[in-house]
Design a protein around this ligand. Sequence first.
Ligand SMILES: C[S@@+](CC[C@H](N)C(=O)[O-])C[C@H]1O[C@@H](n2cnc3c(N)ncnc32)[C@H](O)[C@@H]1O
Length: 617
Amino acid sequence: MSNELELGSEFEAVLLYLKESRGFDFTGYKRTSLARRVRRRMAQVGIDAYSEYVDHLQVDPEEFNALFNTILINVTGFFRDPEAWDVLRSDLVPALLAERSPEDQIRIWSAGCASGEEAYTLAMVFAEAIGPDRFRQRVKIYATDVDEEALAQARHAAYPESAVEKVPPDMVGTYFERQGNQYTFRKDLRRSVIFGRNDLVQDAPISRIDLLVCRNTLMYFNAETQSKILGRLHFALAPRGLLFLGKAEMLLSHSRIFDPVDLKRRVFRKTTAATVGLGHFAAQSFAHERTTEIRGLAQLRDHAFSASPVAQVVVTGEDVVALVNQQAELVFGLSNRDLGRPLRDLEVSYRPVELRAYVEQAKVERRGIRIKDVEWQRGPGEAIWLEIHVNPLVDGDNGLLGVSIVFHDVTAARALLDELAHANRQLESAYEELQSTNEELETTNEELQSTVEELETTNEELQSTNEELETMNEELQSTNDELQAINDALRERSVELDEVNDFLESVLTSIRSGVVVVDGEMRVVAWNFGAEDLWGLRQDEAVGQHLLNLDIGMPVAELRPTVRAALQDLHFAETKTMAAVNRRGKRISLRVHCGPLRTPGGEIRGGILLMEGTEPA
Ligand SMILES: C[S@@+](CC[C@H](N)C(=O)[O-])C[C@H]1O[C@@H](n2cnc3c(N)ncnc32)[C@H](O)[C@@H]1O
């Protein structure tokens, strides 16, 4: 309770928001574990304050589902708590079937069925008991939950291998079809299982149920809501219907409406309110022969009657007060003066309970009647509890002598019972709390497990990426080696080319005459030292220039037709003499020999000009 108070109004505001915006009422759930789940979700979205979380719920429509999934713990399984299912299969179901005729319909309700394993377990148990054909004809299993997502899974009826591990192996073959890693529940039997949404707190229960299975669901609710739900479950059951709860759910505090059938396995039967017959008290005289020998026996009997600590009034067959003991005088203010008066004239005949009808009934039926739980307000603030026994007194021939009315004061016993009930409730709730914490841990564990599995997958992916990278690396390495080899070869070629170039350069340099080589476009590609000496233009100034654009003392325009012809005719060769001006500004006579530059294959790739200048004497 203190915990509930500590949670405070901000938490209540979250619950109120959920109720008003989504119509889902969590107020009947146990506060401590509810708050724990809400805080858990808040931590997942990085929110610390309840008020901030309400804002978050308002702006993010998906958040409600996520919260709902965190709050509603769907832990379940086939044949969950196998020991209890064993007893159900071996004892309780056969007994339930034996109590009904072979044609009777059997109505079963799995309330809080989560993803359906419990409902299909019930289907298997009953199909085993009566055979699949009779099962289809006689059995209806209603399976309900408040969680639509869980119901969708249940309707799908397909489960992973890990889920069916708990099903006895021979049943797996009989009741499931395997498709890869999925096990699907048999379709012909699946049709007898009807799934639907039902909120145990708010919705009307299903009726005329022979077996109601509500396991590991009640424990999430507080005592008040549990009582309310149990009232509905009681209503749902047919006479002598059975209620099968989870192992943490004991029902000790609801023993008035449910009788235990197997307390250990949490199986109960709906009680029908029964008056308890006590049998009749024959006013049987003691064995005459012996008692007549005891002197003063009548006086002894009177004193014993009078001194009894239990209040007692005896009336005759005509309802006239015959005997009143001391305790009755004390408790009800009776006295000797009341002897001989009709019972109806005394207050005790109608207060604290209307006695006359019971006295009449005891006389007519000749059996004792017990009136339980009679509260009597003796004075201000002084309530006592009575259990009244009304017994007919008959002689040996069943002739009526009178009626004894005994008032047992059960106030102390009742207080003890109340304390016991209170202790039981606390025990139940502690046990349930333990179980629900256990289930929370199971979900957390499952979540951790799936995180571990995800990490393992990521790890495997990384590993394979790593292996791919290693292969790529090896490929790159070999490509690199190949490139290196090509590079080395190129470098060798380059050295060779350099050598060839050096050789050609030195040939060109060693020729005293001017040598000019042009390409097909007449651009200068080689300009030797002799040409430099003749025209005063350095190699780096001449190479790349168009021959006809060179600003030198040679009349290049005159050479144009000759060079053109050399560029077009493989066999062309011409020697020309012309006037020119050398680099020193002296007039010279220039002899120019021009021909094509040939490739080894015999193609023209440019022209070559050899020049020699002579200064006039
Ligand atoms: C722990 S599971 C129990 C599943 C199954 N009965 C078993 O014992 O294996 C509890 C189920 O109760 C459902 N539940 C919670 N509140 C409910 C409500 N108000 N009405 C109906 N079902 C509810 C949850 O959605 C969840 O599926």
